[in-house]
Design a protein around this ligand. Structure first.
Ligand code: IMP
Ligand code: MG
Length: 179
């Protein structure tokens, strides 16, 4: 059987949310030059839209890769982090981590543990989506887009097994295990 996509958040609603988050960041980062760190791969479209809505001069855009999800819909619970830039660039800087979804919270927690060890001046989290029902570790989301129910979602950069990232809206994916 084929997977069923049901629209959850429209392109227009995403754009409004991204604009609101950019305004909140601009307000808080006035007179600062933050480093924005996108978490690959899921945040790449959100990151691209978010920074283009921000007026704040960003000194560096960095990308990190966390491995938590394999080829399925359930997190393995083990998380590794990779970053291109040397750790020294983080020291003493204002860091904004940009995430697609906070689900169990394990990925974000791992990223924050590693990044805080690099001694940034400040470290904040901006997440487009929050799925609080599945949280295993508490995560403070400083800049939150939308809270969603415990459904598997795709689109706007977010995948199921690498598929559906290109969809401009966000959808719930029904029966993904039967793909
Ligand atoms: P966490 O470690 O469980 O919080 O998972 C975080 C990552 O899992 C997110 O950045 C997403 O890439 C992925 N993820 C969580 N929920 C979903 C979903 O509903 N669809 C696709 N990917 C998801
Ligand atoms: Mg991801």
């Amino acid at each position: 059987m084929t997977a069923k996509l049901v629209q959850l958040i429209s392109q227009q609603s995403i754009a409004e949310t991204v604009k609101r988050l950019a305004q909140e960041l601009d307000r808080d980062y006035r007179d600062r030059t933050p480093i924005v760190i996108g978490v690959l791969k899921g945040s790449f479209i959100f990151l691209a839209d978010l920074i283009r809505q921000m007026q704040t001069p960003i000194q560096l855009v960095e990308l990190i890769k966390l491995s938590s999800y394999g080829s399925g819909t359930v997190s393995s619970g083990k998380v590794q982090m990779e970053m291109g830039a040397p750790a020294a660039v983080i020291a003493g800087q204002d860091i904004i981590v940009v995430e697609d979804i906070v689900d169990t919270g394990l990925s974000t927690t791992k990223a924050f543990q590693v990044l805080s060890g690099y001694e940034p001046k400040s470290l904040k989290l901006c997440a487009l989506l929050d799925k609080p029902d599945r949280r295993k570790v508490p995560v403070a989301i400083d800049y939150l887009g939308v809270t969603i129910p415990d459904k598997f979602i795709v689109g706007y950069g977010i995948d199921f097994d690498e598929r559906y990232r290109q969809l401009p809206d966000i959808y719930t994916l029904e029966s993904p295990t039967e793909l």
